[in-house]
Write a protein that binds this ligand. Structure first.
Ligand code: PLP
Ligand code: ZN
Length: 470
């Protein structure tokens, strides 16, 4: 619908007029810093930064019902910059003009009700929020849309003639960064990604290569790559696109805003189950619900359940023992979450201590459970990656532990597309897991193509078909 037609009834904020007063704020010493620079840690105390809107209280002057209407009307608009994560403009990054927003089709992903037979196997009905339906087929596009829109804005505002965007990645951040950066002016922007050699899937490696990025492979795991890009961002003029960049967290909050809107803003008894790797996503999800809560768009905070593999579980250990210790990880099929020292952990612990308290839990699942969670869900009509499988069996574990209230509405995050992780499916089908994964494939979950001659008769015999009687 056109804005002209809609605006007859719609609230005045249908097209965003409001502008925030955006600053970087240190989560340690709480000093604030001018937004018109690329900054990732506090120059004074080196803590992580978050984005603060000093004019947030102006949003609170209007009631939650008003904003619910704005967002629902906006959903009917066909203006591309407002079709994705910036439907929630005021809550993402209310700074730049709409025509500087980079929209590549991200966000607005569906929630799909669990197949009834699958619900029975897991122990409850739930929704899968399928973030594999983003342009680079993972949720990372949400944060990249905000971070790269900011880069676009800065290039214009500051007349920047050369800029190098860089990230370390378990595969999906680099795919998203390379995609979004490749949309900008190539004379100005260069895109570089750093990957742990052999620790991303073939699909994930092909994505930044296809987008024309410089792909650097180094030995080690993600945590090693992260240290290198942190050092580069500290000492050289580069723009860091990891979730340490707080503007990415802003975009990823859209995940929560969408869930709220998809449930008509009824969040009492809501449980959101999410895999945790570097902990950027779970941070954004908590912050997103908190924003909507503060403005009265939702009336209660949901229960957030983080899921980790027993092979990479520092957040679970922290939740169980009260002590956070970075760990040496073991190989995991939930490879995108295979991180022993999550960069955003300090934000998670603050959010939990200050706001979520008992509304945050963390559970762990085995590698066998994770891969079988993926295979099982996909057999019942879903399209989930290994991390999505991890979240689904995480729900099963949480149910067994009595963490899920009766009458809960459960949304499980499938963070990327099945096809990105099909090599793990294949290893299961072919009985090819090296021992360190601790996975023993079961016949009933395997599947293989059957070779036959090009003969209808032979195929019919194999399928046991009965002849038509005419
Ligand atoms: C990045 C990623 C994760 C982990 O998210 P964090 O923000 O690092 O916790 C999970 N699943 C997929 C598919 C990812 O790409
Ligand atoms: Zn500080």
């Amino acid at each position: 619908m056109t804005p002209q037609k809609l605006s007859l009834d719609a609230p005045e904020d249908l097209i965003p007029l409001y502008r925030g007063e955006m600053v970087y704020e240190c989560i340690g010493c709480e000093k604030t810093f001018d937004i018109h620079q690329f900054l990732y840690t506090c120059p004074d105390c080196k803590s992580l930064l978050r984005i603060k809107n000093n004019a947030f209280s102006r949003l609170q002057e209007k009631p939650g019902q008003y904003w619910r209407e704005v967002l629902d009307y906006r959903k009917m608009l066909n203006l591309p910059p407002l079709k994705g994560i910036f439907r929630f403009y005021e809550f993402i990054f209310p700074l730049f003009p709409l025509d500087e927003i980079i929209y590549l089709g991200e966000g607005d992903t569906p929630i799909v009700k669990s197949n009834p037979d699958l619900s029975e196997l897991i122990g409850a009905e739930f929704y899968v929020k399928n973030d594999g339906l983003n342009p680079s087929v993972s949720f990372k596009d949400r944060g990249m849309a905000s971070a790269v829109s900011f880069i676009n804005y800065m290039i214009k505002k500051k007349n920047i003639s050369k800029l190098l965007g860089i990230c370390a990645s378990t595969g999906d951040t680099s795919a998203a960064a390379a995609l979004y950066l490749s949309y900008l002016d190539k004379k100005v922007v260069r895109s570089v990604v750093l990957l742990p050699k052999g620790k991303v899937t073939p699909a994930q490696l092909s994505q930044p290569l296809g987008s024309g990025a410089t792909v650097i492979e180094v030995p080690g795991v993600f945590d090693d790559c992260m240290k290198i890009v942190e050092e580069l961002a500290e000492n050289y003029q580069v723009c860091l696109l990891n979730s340490k960049n707080p503007i990415r967290i802003q975009g990823q909050k859209s995940y929560s805003y969408e869930i709220a809107q998809q449930l008509d803003y009824r969040t009492d008894n809501l449980v959101v189950v999410v895999p945790i790797g570097n902990a950027g996503n779970v941070t954004a999800i908590m912050e997103g619900f908190l924003d909507f809560y503060r403005v009265g768009i939702i009336e209660t905070l949901p229960l957030i359940i983080g899921v980790q593999s027993t092979h990479a579980n520092p957040v679970v250990t922290w939740r169980e023992t009260g002590t956070y210790v970075p760990m040496q990880i073991k190989p995991s099929v939930a490879q995108a979450a295979m991180i022993g020292n999550p960069v955003s952990f300090p934000k998670v612990s603050q959010l939990v201590e200050d706001y979520f308290n008992e509304n945050f839990a963390a559970v762990q699942v085995t590698e066998q459970e994770i891969i079988e969670g993926m295979l099982l869900a996909n057999r019942y009509g879903h399209v989930v990656c290994t991390q999505g499988g991890e979240a689904i069996v995480g729900l099963k574990t949480a149910l067994k532990k009595g963490l899920i209230p009766k009458n809960a509405t459960v949304v499980v995050d499938s963070t990327s597309h099945q096809l990105k992780f099909m090599n793990f499916q294949q290893m299961y089908f072919d009985d090819q897991y090296p021992p360190e994964y601790e996975i023993s494939p079961r016949k009933e979950l395997q599947n293989k193509p059957v070779g036959m001659n090009a003969s209808a008769t032979e195929i019919a015999r194999y399928l046991g078909l009965k002849k038509k009687i005419s």
